[in-house]
Design a binder for this molecule. Sequence first.
Ligand code: NDP
Length: 329
Amino acid sequence: MSYTPSDIRYDAMEYRRCGRSGLLLPAVSLGLWHNFGYVDSLENCRQILHLAFDAGITHFDLANNYGPPPGSAEENFGRILKEDFHGYRDQLIISSKAGYYMWPGPYGEWGSRKYLVASLDQSLQRMGLDYVDIFYHHRPDPNTPLEETMAALDSIVRQGKALYVGISNYKAEEAAKAIALLRQLGTPCLIHQPKYSMFERWVEGGLLDLLEKEGVGCIPFSPLAQGLLTNKYLKGIPEDSRAHKSTGFLQESEITPEKIEKVKKLNEMAVKRDQTLAQMALAWILRDKRITSVLIGVSRPEQVTDSLQCFRNTWFSAEELQQIENILR
Ligand code: NDP
């Protein structure tokens, strides 16, 4: 089946400036951490990507280790790009990362120049690309000088293998140092990718302020807490859910009665707002203008359609915000 993107794909999406850069990102971006590996259905991946692009999602986020097996999400994505998105490369923002374990031996993880350069070369090959738009250091490395890691990112940009660079999972103090080093090198840090949701609020303790001050964008990952902040676990753990799948990162033990109690109350609020809980959880993050884009995951096309309705209502009254705080407390 050949794919022709919708002519009206840019009409409904909101695009936000990434920090003080020239780059605009869609307010909702799609990550390929789960559901895009060799263990998953390629046709489902294809349908999700078609639907996302048709809805104005121009940004797709990958990493060397996404799968399983590691690397297979990049390979599947590369295949679909080649088969279906030929001619659209300049309308796409594709990111990849390196930092977590990828291959055995001392050069297969963390933050050395050796690892980052080799890993990006492998990612480019898997995706069939000449360059990625954004390349991230995936997690801070306590044992490699930050100067080396940031210099590696700078040279990757100078070699044309990435247009921009970012950092992920860096705490505020670590991020401040990385941002300063990159600025000195002449390759500004474009974006930070932290975990942020109603259930995971650490970025509010200084990171968001830092990013705003430094003009760096912010793209929170797992904004739905891997699916917990939706209505799917309200009546137990469905068979086709991430928590149930052996390849899913969400553990059944994380779905505690206390969390579900909160989810139930949040869900009632969402219903009153005429939203699904997924939509409300995304809208709650997007109401903060320091957020460039929320990075969602999906297991099926209908979830893209559902989540994108979050734009219908991103406004919260002071009472609603307080009510959310009370529930989360
Ligand atoms: P989410 O918190 O958005 O969770 C996605 C899951 O939520 C889906 O797989 C699905 O679960 C469920 N879901 C999504 N939409 C709906 C909906 N509308 N209704 C009901 N359920 C829904 O994000 P992820 O945890 O997947 O992370 C998103 C992306 O962030 C990743 O793909 C990756 O790109 C990035 N990431 C980055 C990390 C880093 O260290 N930098 C770490 C983790 C993620 P189900 O499968 O059960 O249907």
